[in-house]
Design a protein around this ligand. Structure first.
Ligand code: SF4
Length: 347
């Protein structure tokens, strides 16, 4: 009896990795998925926070892809190890703080370790030549294969015919003739293939697969590093950069103000880790204070928070402040006037 060939597929939750996986499954290969959790992923519960995403299904797309294809999905936490990729990318950043090429190399290398440990034969990605300016170019495809150490055990089914034959093709584990030659930015070939495979309702992300491709998110990350004087971060930092208005009136602290109820509920979970405040005399948003504020800074923060509550036009509002030990105190402040909240404070 011939050996069952096994492949692992890097599942982002988007259409391309879904199609690449399906194409290899169609050839009788046993495929399992890996989804790497960096903390910056667009996937997951943050979809569920804001009202603007109300129409979108509240689901984790990588889990949904795995369920739809009927494959096992391994979600692997790489938050700590990923820091070095983000902070010191050998190949630099893309348009924002996205180190896509180093990120791909890192993830394929992790997948290579995984196949060695689990006795799998090769790795699949949904890369399409020419689709992304940084990591999916003709010149970068061999760099990813070489620097990850995966070499010719890395197969990109959607554009395989544009590339030299890999080990699975040469060994006859899969039929190269049934792979694809997609290239460029057009999504039409992928959409047609999805239709052929009868895959509907797939995710259509506007940008990349993570928040690091987002300009506003990247600016907040750089601001955080600058304010702290070092580039370290933890998961709480990463998550909180996804929500709220970030207002930095002074270098030593910033105020994160919830913009809507969903964000306020999400931020409730961080109250123990941050000084926090909200108006107690009027309805108003929850705010977290990041940094090392003085008493005077907290007064200014309370005036800013009051500005975003229903007492914004009152002479005085009462603001409840909770410190890190959970002690509560109330102060009376005059809300800042609209034009006193300076534009340059917004991160
Ligand atoms: S968009 Fe984010 S997760 Fe995707 S390759 Fe780039 S840095 Fe990595």
């Amino acid at each position: 009896m011939s050996k069952q060939v096994k492949a692992v597929s890097l599942i982002s939750g988007g259409l391309d990795s879904m199609l690449a996986t399906k194409a290899i499954m169609e050839q009788g290969v046993h495929v399992e998925g890996i989804n790497f959790f960096t903390g910056f992923c667009v996937e997951g519960h943050t979809h569920a926070i804001r009202k603007k995403d109300k129409a979108k299904p509240k689901r984790n797309n990588s889990l949904w892809v795995a369920e739809t294809l009927g494959i096992k999905l391994h979600i692997i936490d790489i938050i700590e190890e990923y820091k070095d990729v983000l902070i010191n990318p050998k190949h630099g950043y893309g348009a924002n703080m996205n180190p896509c090429l180093d990120c791909k190399i890192f993830m394929v290398n992790k997948a290579k370790q995984w196949i060695q440990e689990n006795d799998f034969d090769f790795i699949i990605t949904g890369e399409v030549m020419g689709q992304r300016p940084m990591s999916q170019r003709r010149e970068t495809m061999p760099i990813i294969a070489a620097e990850s150490g995966a070499d010719d055990r890395l197969l990109r089914p959607l554009c395989a015919k544009n590339l030299p034959a890999t080990l699975p093709e040469r060994e006859g584990w899969i039929d190269r003739a049934q792979l694809f030659d997609f290239s460029g930015r057009s999504r039409k070939p992928q959409m047609a293939l999805a239709e052929k495979y009868e895959l509907g309702d797939y995710s259509q992300p506007a940008g990349g697969c993570c928040f690091l491709t987002d300009e506003s998110y990247s600016l907040k990350l750089v601001d955080l590093w600058k304010a702290r004087g070092d580039k370290d971060y933890d998961l709480d930092d990463v998550m909180l950069l996804k929500v709220g208005r970030h207002i930095r009136p002074r270098d030593n602290f910033k105020v994160i103000v919830a913009r809507e109820d969903g964000e306020a509920r999400f931020m409730q979970g961080y109250k123990k880790n941050y000084i926090n405040m909200n108006c107690s005399s009027h309805r108003g948003p929850l705010a977290l204070i990041d940094g090392s504020p003085s008493a005077e800074d907290l007064y200014l923060a309370a005036q800013i928070v009051a500005r975003y509550g229903q007492g914004r036009d009152a002479d005085q509002v009462e603001v409840m402040i909770r410190d890190l030990a959970g002690n509560e105190s109330k102060i009376q402040v005059q809300p800042l006037a609209k034009d006193a909240v300076l534009q340059e404070w917004f991160v």
